[in-house]
Design a protein around this ligand. Structure first.
Ligand code: ZN
Length: 197
């Protein structure tokens, strides 16, 4: 039945319809991606947009006393993505953190407890896919642990105040330290410096 009516003319009409549908589809896709981008853009700025330590009674940027909570308590006060990195030693997807390429001047804090960790002037682009620093804000702000998981021998870096897993440190960084602190962006809170350097 269809084959008998399938003349060059109807073929042309079908093509026209297909072309129109294609245009409509691309247009709606464009609209969708624009609105999706608009919707996502505030979240991309992430660390500076959220209230630091919201619903987190141990969060403090000035109190340096150690934090010792049970896993259940951490689970209640940390957002799921932060809990996964901090307490389950998770790793965010490479190239997923907007912090990796950020060159803003300021301080990076532990998102789980507010402990100051790194200054932006020790941040560099290592190309490894995660935010990278060559020196912590002070020696005691981090803890170092040998990590032999996944068939590798690495040095894990934890927050010196709350023992949140942050990432790892490698000895292939730039001078003056020669170190590369490879840190999950999810566990970092950023505060822009009020005075420009
Ligand atoms: Zn911490």
């Amino acid at each position: 039945m269809y084959q008998t009516t399938f003349t060059p003319l109807s073929c042309y009409s079908v093509m026209k319809i297909r072309f129109a549908c294609g245009l409509l589809f691309s247009y709606s896709l464009l609209l969708y991606s624009c609105s999706a981008q608009q919707k996502n853009s505030p979240a991309k700025i992430g660390p500076t947009m959220e209230t630091p330590g919201k619903n987190n009674p141990v969060y403090s940027r000035t109190d340096s006393s150690r934090v010792n909570l049970s896993e259940e308590e951490w689970k209640k006060i940390l957002p799921a993505d932060v809990y996964y990195i901090a307490r389950e030693k998770g790793t965010e997807r490479p190239w997923s953190s907007p912090i990796e390429h950020s060159s803003e001047v300021g301080t990076y804090y532990c998102k789980a407890c507010g402990n100051p960790l790194f200054k932006s002037d020790t941040k560099f682009e290592s190309g490894c896919g995660w935010p990278s620093f060559f020196d912590p804000i002070k020696k005691g702000s981090l803890l170092y642990l040998r990590d032999r998981s996944h068939g590798m021998d690495r040095t894990e870096v934890q927050c010196g105040r709350c023992k949140a897993h942050l990432g790892h440190v490698f000895e292939d960084g730039p001078p003056p330290t020669g170190l590369r602190y490879c840190i999950n962006g999810v566990i970092l809170d950023f505060e822009k410096s009020s005075t420009k350097k």
